[in-house]
Every structure is written in C-alpha cells, then in structure tokens.
Design a protein around this ligand. Structure first.
Ligand code: GRF
Length: 203
C-alpha cells in the first residue's frame, strides 16, 4: 500500500511514519510527502530519507477548491491508498475530502471533541483540565470532527505551559499515529456511516 503524507511544518509525525516503516511496524511505502509551504522543514527531512516530495503552494490558487483540486491530482498521480494529514495547516474543502473520505486520517492535539481548532494545549491549561492528549481521527467535512480512532492521554502538571504540555503530548502522537495507520493498512480499520470500525467493532 502507498501512503502520502501532507505537512506544513517541521514534520515530526511524518518522521515517526518514516521510522515506523523502517522498523517494520508499518507495512507500507511512503510514496510522497506533499506540503503547501515551500519552507516546511519536514520537506528536507523527507528528502534526506529518500522520499519524493512536492510543494503545492496554496498562494498560487485563487480559491480553496482550486488548491484542493491540485492536491487531489497530485495524490491520484501517486496512486495514493491512504492520506495522512500531519500538521497540515490548511482547511480542506469537500473537493478534497470527498476524493479521499474513508482513507484520510488526521491527528489533532486534544482529546476531541474538546478543543477543535488551534491553541489546544493553552485552552486545556486555561480551562484547568487535569488531563490533555491527542486524537487520531478519520477526516470528514466537519473540522476536527470526524470519527475518532485512538486517543492518548497525559496529565496536565502544575506549572505546565502550552510548550511543556505539547512536548509531553507529541511523544504519544508519534506512537499512536503510525499505529492507527497500520490498522488501516492491515484492513482492520474502516469508516462507515455509523463511524469508525476496528476489527468489526464500532469504536
Ligand atoms: C502536531 O501537534 C499535530 O498534532 C498537529 O500539528 C502538529 C504537527 O507537528 N496537527 P509535526 O509537524 O508533526 O512535528
């Protein structure tokens, strides 16, 4: 199976996928790393790992729909089976989502349904939450709203800042995201109208 990873920034989750493939924990080929941001540090990391990279700059398109159509074309050319959003900071329209629904995953740094959108760790701290975490989910047209697949939790500690909390959470991101992708690759994970199914059970 062929995985494409979409990034906008440093690409530490992308790196975790590269390492999971190398370690044999993810039986797939990462055939493309695609970024909207030509300066994304992750592009360099992907190239160093020998993975094909591409940039489709959203600034070159008049509308979100045209940008999304260009992404779809590139991913279809790469015969992509599974699309991984990994710190991809553009809101996708139905042009993109309908093309890949059911084989499109995202990771969001909160315990969804809490804190969709940005600044999740600061919002958890400001709310006085005793725990924070991260969710891997199928992407549907509702922003950060698709059916969850797996979550990981960490305590919020006294004196935590958004950065210290993010550092605790990202370590778990790197574990659960390749794990969820591997379930998909193994054919164990599907999206139906009732939500996400793992090994035949609604999760
Ligand atoms: C992660 O915190 C992820 O949960 C969020 O964006 C960040 C991406 O980090 N969606 P990286 O580029 O994978 O290092």
């Amino acid at each position: 199976p062929r995985i494409a990873i979409l990034i906008s920034g440093r690409g530490s989750n992308m790196q975790a996928f590269i390492e999971a493939c190398a370690a044999g924990h993810l039986a797939a080929d990462i055939t493309l790393v695609l970024s909207n941001n030509p300066d994304a540090a992750g592009l360099q990391r992907a190239a160093e790992a020998g993975i094909a990279t591409a940039v489709i700059n959203h600034r070159d398109y008049a509308s979100r729909e045209e940008f999304d159509a260009a992404l779809v074309r590139q991913l279809e050319e790469a015969a992509t089976d599974l699309v991984i959003l990994a710190g991809f900071m553009r809101i996708l329209t139905s042009v993109f989502i309908s093309a890949f629904q059911g084989r499109l995953l995202n990771i969001h740094p909160s315990l969804l349904p809490k804190y969709p959108g940005l600044n999740t760790h600061q919002r958890a701290i400001d709310a006085g939450d005793s725990e924070a975490g991260v969710t891997v989910h199928f992407v549907t047209e509702e922003l950060d709203g698709g059916p969850p697949i797996i979550q990981a939790r960490v305590p919020v500690e006294a004196g935590d800042t958004a950065d210290s909390l993010a550092q605790r959470v990202i370590l778990l991101e790197h574990k659960i995201y390749p794990l969820a992708a591997n379930w998909f690759i193994q054919g164990r994970l599907t999206l139906t109208e009732e939500g996400a199914y793992l090994d035949g059970e609604n999760i």
